[in-house]
Ligand binder design. Structure first.
Ligand code: ACO
Length: 329
């Protein structure tokens, strides 16, 4: 641990549902093809919750791994954030359900909803809590179980999403390490590009809303696509500049896994090589808030990162929201 004010990721963990749905399975459900899905998105299969698997359950499993690797007990956590748009239930927060299951009795707990950017928003909140001394050890979970809110009759959306959870423990790290810079953004005027019409307090569940399939995700894919390419590049370059770095100095880019074509546009524009970009969308689809922590954990498990590597994380999602962070590993 550092004596200064540097905050970073101490450990990582992930949990994924057991059940897989391949593109070939989807061919049986909607008018689509493996060829179309792979060519337009890069996705080959995704994980889907079944039986007892829930958002909170995946969160607990991912957290236990991250806690063990950080050599911490649940009671050592003083802030628990669950970044999600698919809580187990509206009330109470999933964070409180996770806090109870972990017996993290010293932790304040809340959910954070920022679409697929939730994990990065959570990272920036955790950083501030630790920097100002309000928390020492923060458990941040990026989790989404989108399969229950995806319309399995809508080929525009049902091929894209998957379920999963990633967890990280954040704390003080050596000086000049950890989060060097981060910046979050939003543009609520674009809320209509990606939304669920009913189920909130403005339009509660009725027989009509259920019958009209108003509890499922609606998305204007091409508009989100165009927006995503621009903000992924701009926000990454902006946070690099905030810490006096350029994309030429980056070792790895850890992008949100929404569409492989978006990722490809972004990394090529930044002059990066394919081996510098972490991608697992082929195996999991878009897991919203879980995408970045899961791909990060897989990289850690694979021994990818070296001490001192410069890593940029970048995401975008419903809101619309977007954000980026630069870490020195
Ligand atoms: N199978 C076969 N054909 C399809 C499918 C499918 N699954 N989905 C759409 N099509 C068809 C369309 O109907 C359209 O047909 P038409 O030309 O006859 O009208 C054609 O394919 C092209 O459709 P587009 O929507 O233009 O295809 P596009 O290349 O834009 O790909 C996609 C669509 C994959 C949705 C893309 O736009 C995308 O990835 N957008 C970004 C989505 C995203 O990142 N969302 C973020 C979610 S984040 C969060 O917060 C949850």
């Amino acid at each position: 641990m550092g004596s200064g004010n540097a905050v970073g990721i101490i450990s990582t963990g992930r949990a994924l549902p057991v059940s897989r749905i391949t593109n070939f399975d989807l061919e049986e459900i909607v008018e689509t093809s493996d060829q179309w899905i792979r060519a337009r998105t890069g996705i080959e299969e995704r994980r889907i919750i079944t039986n007892d698997e829930t958002n909170s359950e995946l969160s607990v499993l991912a957290s236990l791994i991250a806690l063990e690797r950080a050599n911490l007990r649940p009671e050592d956590i003083d802030l628990l954030i669950v970044a999600t748009v698919t809580p187990d239930q509206t009330l109470p927060s999933t964070a409180c359900l996770v806090q109870a299951r972990l017996n993290a009795y010293n932790a304040a707990a809340f959910d954070l909803a920022a679409g697929c950017t939730g994990f990065l928003y959570g990272l920036s909140v955790a950083e501030q809590y630790i920097k100002n001394g309000a928390a020492k050890n923060v458990l941040l979970i990026g989790v989404d179980t989108l399969s229950p809110i995806v319309d399995w009759q809508d080929r525009n959306t049902c091929v894209l999403f998957g379920d999963g959870a990633g967890a990280v423990v954040l704390g003080k790290v050596e000086d000049d390490r950890g989060i060097l810079a981060s910046k979050m953004f939003s543009d609520g005027t674009k809320a209509g590009l990606l939304y669920i019409p009913a189920g909130g307090t403005r339009c509660p569940a009725t027989l009509r809303t259920v019958g009209e399939r108003m509890h499922f995700i609606k998305m204007n894919g091409p508009e989100v696509f165009k927006f995503a390419v621009t903000v992924m590049i701009d926000s990454t370059l902006q946070v690099l500049e905030m810490c006096g770095k350029t994309s030429a100095e980056l070792d790895y880019l850890v992008p949100h896994q929404a569409n492989e074509r978006i990722i490809n546009f972004a990394y090529k524009k930044m002059g990066l090589k394919p081996e510098q970009v972490l991608i697992n969308i082929n195996r999991y689809g878009n897991m919203s808030s879980a995408s970045i922590p899961v791909v990060l954990d897989e990289a850690v498990d694979g021994g990818k990162f070296k001490d001192g590597d410069l890593i940029a994380l970048v995401s975008f999602g419903a809101g619309l929201t977007w954000g980026a962070a630069v870490l020195k590993w």
